[in-house]
Write a protein that binds this ligand. Structure first.
Ligand SMILES: [Zn+2]
Length: 322
């Protein structure tokens, strides 16, 4: 709340000095406050916190990922989300061999269609620390995928403040994506897939896409009409969504949306990553400073606007075909 007030008063001061506007129309304040629930300062905070060296690359089974999970859960708590099903905390714990793993899940109950679920997800694990390396040893995973988790947190805050979602939104930070989509695979075993309307997964949205500013692309665009629904909802905005231009990389099967799509759920991944020429991909140099917070913020806003009709129960994407 402090941040919002600060931005608002800052804008007012700037406006006052910039040009003489005697009075703001009464709708402006309302509009500013609502819009500012997705603001770049909050996005930046999530991004820099999750990709900080203190998180030690967020590898499964390490103290670093424990810190990241605590941060995400504390944000879900602050935002005011509820626990998933009968869980007593925001963690959904499971074993993989000897390792204790946990997805972090927060729920925003739908108003009229609370038995229809929309997942908004990103993976919070990454590659950890490689001690045999000289110099920087920490794989910070800022773009991959602290940027996506920052988006999930910002969207949770946005939809909670908006308070008009007809369907239930399940916000998930998946673990073990880098180790073979362990978290999303486990999540899939704990749900009744028929009740899951769509999966909105977010991966690497911190760099401008090859289509230019204010654009993103979607994996598996032709596998359902989800992408077309988003495009329809973005008409009239400056933001554009394109089909995944890197078909040869098989990206539809390389992120957590695949675990949901396997169950028939129309689940796709939003990305802006220039993956064919990204020199920081899976490198220690994937640091927050290499990203554009404005790109992330604009993409989060586009995802909020683009998915609105699905979250409000107006549109229902086709199921994924085998
Ligand atoms: Zn990733």
């Amino acid at each position: 709340m402090k941040t919002k007030l600060f931005i608002l008063s800052f804008l007012l001061v700037v406006t006052a000095y910039g040009q003489e506007i005697p009075d703001l129309p009464p709708t402006i304040e309302h509009y500013t406050v609502k819009e500012s629930t997705i603001d770049s300062l909050t996005v930046r905070k999530h991004l820099y916190t999750l990709s900080d060296d203190a998180m030690e690359g967020r590898k499964i089974g390490t103290p670093g990922i424990e810190k990241a999970a605590k941060y995400i859960a504390s944000e879900f708590e602050r935002i005011g989300l509820e626990k998933f099903k009968d869980l007593s905390s925001f963690r959904q714990s499971f074993k993989e061999g000897e390792l204790d793993l946990f997805n972090v899940i927060g729920v925003l109950e739908g108003r009229s269609k609370n038995d229809e679920f929309v997942v908004i997800s990103a993976h919070y694990d990454h590659l950890g620390v490689k001690n045999e390396m000289v110099g920087d040893k920490i794989f910070n995973g800022a773009d991959d995928d602290a940027s996506g988790v920052a988006a999930v947190l910002a969207l949770a805050e946005y939809f909670k403040a908006k308070g008009d979602n007809e369907r239930t939104i399940v916000f998930v930070a998946f673990t073990g994506e880098e180790a073979g989509m362990l978290g999303s695979t486990y999540f899939g075993t704990q749900i009744d897939a028929d009740k899951y309307i769509t999966g909105i997964n977010i991966e690497m949205i911190g760099k401008e896409s090859r289509f230019g500013p204010k654009t993103a692309w979607l994996t598996g665009f032709d596998r359902s009409d989800f992408g077309k629904i988003i495009q329809k909802n973005l008409v009239g905005t400056a933001y554009k969504l394109y089909p995944d231009p890197y078909i040869e990389f098989d990206l539809f099967y390389r992120s957590d949306n695949a675990s949901m799509a396997k169950l028939g759920i129309p689940a796709h991944t939003f990305s802006t990553g220039p993956i064919d020429r990204d020199k920081h991909y899976h490198k220690v140099s994937d640091e927050a400073e290499t990203l554009n917070v404005t790109t992330i913020t604009e993409t989060v806003k586009a995802i909020a606007k683009g998915t609105e009709s699905i979250i409000n129960g107006i549109d229902t994407p086709q199921r994924i075909k085998e």
